[in-house]
Design a protein around this ligand. Structure first.
Ligand code: ADP
Ligand code: MG
Length: 484
């Protein structure tokens, strides 16, 4: 599959590198003990450190460091046992200290990689350049008063991880897959909740274009894109804009742009000339962060099974198709749900139910797995009723619908609706005899070689039995009787 875009002067290649900001799951901030809960009253979670009162000193939060190291390990990255916190200086009303504590030349995590899977079944490894820890800023509230801007410092000092990729991505599809995979890994690790709508994960997208195989073009950085869909739209638009610009005789200026989600376009925010000079220097209030090798080792041992490994296990040990395995591991919740359903049962049957009826119903209801009335245990019981011959597959689908609507168990619905499959051969034989007697002409045609009529007989017998005949028993008996 080619990623190249056709322009007037030939084909172009898109080059993308991403900077993902991920809010660390931690009860307190990166350098203070203030709480971090989402949605609290403005300025109710602000310590003197966060408000940058004179004389206050930052103290590193060990939990946040642990989360950054875990994330680095999950991205198969080099953990730097010694890293440095720098001051990144700029003036902004929501930054009371006048600088953000960040990491620059010596980040806590170095190079790593992340594998993306594409729609055509292929996969690619994307290089991670680095991951560093930094503080988030506060928030300016422009809509609370007609004449003033208010400041909410609840977010000021909250720990962020900035995860920078190499310029290895080649299409909007790849960039979308990268962001989705990053979110999935962070959620598996429990280091970031990945809620892009709430802003706890956002991406700066660097886009340039070049002639295939040529040198890298000048990039534009699209700031703070907050969904996978917007990332893809922004790249599509931005690449076209740059191609048209260059083909029209212009050149791309390195600049920061914003994606206007309403109009689907990117707009210039500031050019390179207006870029800040952050005057980075090591924060004199903080000593270098030195990690003991055993600290890292222990975190490595505690690492959960991540999506790539889980997918391999589902394929190799449970016999799932790579496609089903991929769909199931994409989110930790669905992988856990599937495993609970499959426990002690046929894994492929469980996978068919979960990726088929169950996901479809979940989508229709717009619900999360936790909210949906059919639990893994209940779905498992339904599958058992098919396995023991109580329900045919067709009846089971009806029962499932009922379970989704009412939250009742499969057994309750079967009892209420009298749906139990009839496996009693006497009853099925009687129904077959009636159908044969009533359709003597068709029976003669069938016996004379018109095989296509077989389905008609099956349908008639099923209808006579209210859809409840055991299909296997029905087939066996019907074949015998028709050939007699
Ligand atoms: P800065 O510090 O100015 O943000 P970096 O060199 O750290 O610059 O790069 C930031 C991001 O831009 C990285 O994700 C990197 O992969 C990406 N990038 C660098 N050069 C290009 C390019 N020519 N086209 C697209 N992305 C690029
Ligand atoms: Mg940048």
């Amino acid at each position: 599959m080619s990623n190249l875009i056709k322009g007037e002067t030939g084909e172009w290649e898109i080059v993308i590198g991403m900077e993902v900001h991920a809010q660390v799951i931690s009860e307190s901030k990166l350098f203070s003990g203030a709480a971090t809960a989402f949605g609290a009253e403005p300025n109710s979670q602000v310590s003197l450190v966060d408000a940058a009162m004179p004389g206050m000193l930052p103290v590193i939060n060990e939990a946040a460091v642990r989360q950054a190291v875990k994330t680095g390990l999950g991205l198969q990255a080099k953990i730097n046992l010694r890293s440095i916190f720098d001051r990144k200086n700029y003036f902004y009303p929501d930054l009371p200290a006048g600088y953000q504590i960040s990491q620059y030349q010596h980040p806590i995590v170095g190079t790593g990689s992340l594998t993306i899977e594409l729609a055509d079944g292929s996969s690619r490894e994307i290089g991670i350049t680095r991951l560093h820890l930094e503080q988030d800023a506060g928030k300016s509230l422009h809509d609370q008063s007609p004449s003033s801007t208010y400041i909410d410092l609840n977010r000021a000092g909250v720990a962020l991880m900035e995860i920078v990729s190499e310029p290895d991505l080649r299409s909007s599809e790849e960039a979308g897959a990268y962001l989705a995979k990053m979110r999935s890994i962070l959620r598996y690790l429990g280091t970031c909740d990945g809620n892009m709508e709430e802003g706890s994960m956002r991406a700066d997208v660097n886009v340039s274009v070049r002639k295939p195989g040529g040198p890298l073009g000048t990039r534009c950085e699209i700031k703070n894109v907050n969904s996978v869909r917007f990332v893809k739209q922004a790249i599509e638009y931005e690449a076209r804009r740059q191609i048209e610009l260059i083909e029209g005789g212009g050149k791309v200026d390195q600049e920061t742009r914003l994606f206007d989600t309403g109009r689907g376009v990117t707009r210039s925010m500031r050019s390179k000339e207006e870029a800040h000079d952050y005057r980075y220097f090591p924060d004199p209030d903080l000593v270098p962060l030195v990690l003991a090798p055993e600290f890292v080792e222990r975190l490595k041992e505690e690492l959960p099974e991540l999506p790539d490994t889980k997918k391999q296990r589902f394929v190799r040990e449970l016999g799932l198709s790579p496609y089903d395995a991929e769909v199931l591991v994409a989110e930790k919740e669905s992988a856990d749900f599937f495993e609970a359903v499959a426990k002690g049962r046929d894994a492929k049957t469980a996978a068919n139910w979960v990726t088929g009826e169950y996901f479809a119903a979940l989508n229709r209801a717009g619900a999360t797995i936790a909210e949906f009335p059919v639990s893994a245990e209940k779905l498992g019981e339904l599958i058992d009723l098919v396995a023991d011959g109580t329900l045919s597959n067709r009846l089971a689908k009806d029962v499932f619908e009922g379970m989704a609507e009412t939250g009742k168990s499969a057994a309750e619905i079967v009892a209420e609706r009298g749906l139990k499959q009839v496996s009693d051969t006497g009853a099925i034989e009687a129904a077959i005899d009636k159908v044969i007697a009533a359709n003597a002409d068709k029976v003669a045609e069938y016996r004379a070689g018109k095989d296509k009529l077989y389905g008609f007989f099956v349908g008639q017998v099923m209808k006579a039995m209210g859809g409840k005949a055991n299909p296997q028993a029905l087939n066996d008996l019907l074949k015998r009787k028709l050939s007699a």
